[in-house]
Design a protein around this ligand. Structure first.
Ligand SMILES: CC(C)(COP(=O)(O)OP(=O)(O)OC[C@H]1O[C@@H](n2cnc3c(N)ncnc32)[C@H](O)[C@@H]1OP(=O)(O)O)[C@@H](O)C(=O)NCCC(=O)NCCS
Length: 200
């Protein structure tokens, strides 16, 4: 069988605006009314939904999905396979004041969303925090602290209410702290308040 042609190029809807000096990976799609600003890098096979702003100098990994009405402000970094639910909110200044403007990269407080994490619809991430690998932030949660890998957090302020697998399934740990997820086909271990993938 002949080799399949590799998927090339990205797609930008005619109502989207992509500034100069932007890198966008193959297979990425950018939908209506979105704006990708200068200096940003978007990986391959991402979906940037409708009315999304990717601000200056933002880095977005591969296979990232950003639902409608999300602004990814400067200072935010999204690793591979991050999911941003519709209308969720990032921030990059803790004490905003119009009279005392803080404009420029030196003012922006960093937020990192690790590989495979999902941020629920209408959640808010107060800047300066890391959302751990494969963590799941519930709809409407307000994140005010770092979220550990595989944690499920809900509420305002967001609190850990459980743990989830890489596939987003709730983990039920046995008395030795092990849990198996059928969907991800992976085993996890809970110890001292943190969850790791287990090969045992
Ligand atoms: C957090 C979440 C994963 C929990 O799902 P779940 O485990 O099936 O939740 P349940 O329906 O069993 O609810 C368990 C409890 O948590 C509460 N709860 C569920 N989601 C909640 C949320 N987002 N915030 C606060 N409380 C929540 C329920 O009210 C229930 O409380 P109770 O025990 O006092 O009755 C889910 O509700 C959620 O928010 N998913 C994200 C959805 C989303 O934003 N998708 C975006 C793509 S469209």
């Amino acid at each position: 069988m002949a080799d399949q042609p590799a998927e090339k190029k990205f797609t930008v809807n005619k109502y989207a605006v992509v500034d100069d000096n932007v890198e966008i990976g193959d297979g990425t799609k950018i939908w209506h009314f979105s704006h990708v600003q200068s200096g940003s890098k978007i990986g391959h096979h991402c979906v940037i939904g409708q009315n999304v702003n990717v601000a200056n100098n933002v880095t977005i990994g591969n296979y990232v999905k950003i639902q409608n009405n999300v602004s990814v402000y400067e200072g935010v970094e999204l690793e591979d396979y991050v999911f941003c639910g519709p209308s969720m909110v990032f921030t990059n200044i803790l004490d905003p004041r119009c009279k005392y403007p803080q404009v420029g990269a030196e003012f922006y407080i960093k937020t990192v969303v690790k590989e495979g994490a999902s941020l629920g619809a209408n959640s808010t991430i107060v800047c300066g925090h890391t959302i751990g690998r494969a963590a799941l932030v519930g709809a409407g949660a307000v994140v005010t602290k770092d979220v550990p890998d595989f944690a499920l957090v809900v509420g305002n302020p967001a609190r850990i209410v459980g743990w989830v697998s890489e596939a987003g399934k709730k983990l039920a740990f046995d008395k030795d702290g092990y849990a198996y997820c059928e969907k991800s086909k992976k085993k996890y271990h809970l110890s001292n308040g943190s969850v790791k993938e287990s090969t045992e």
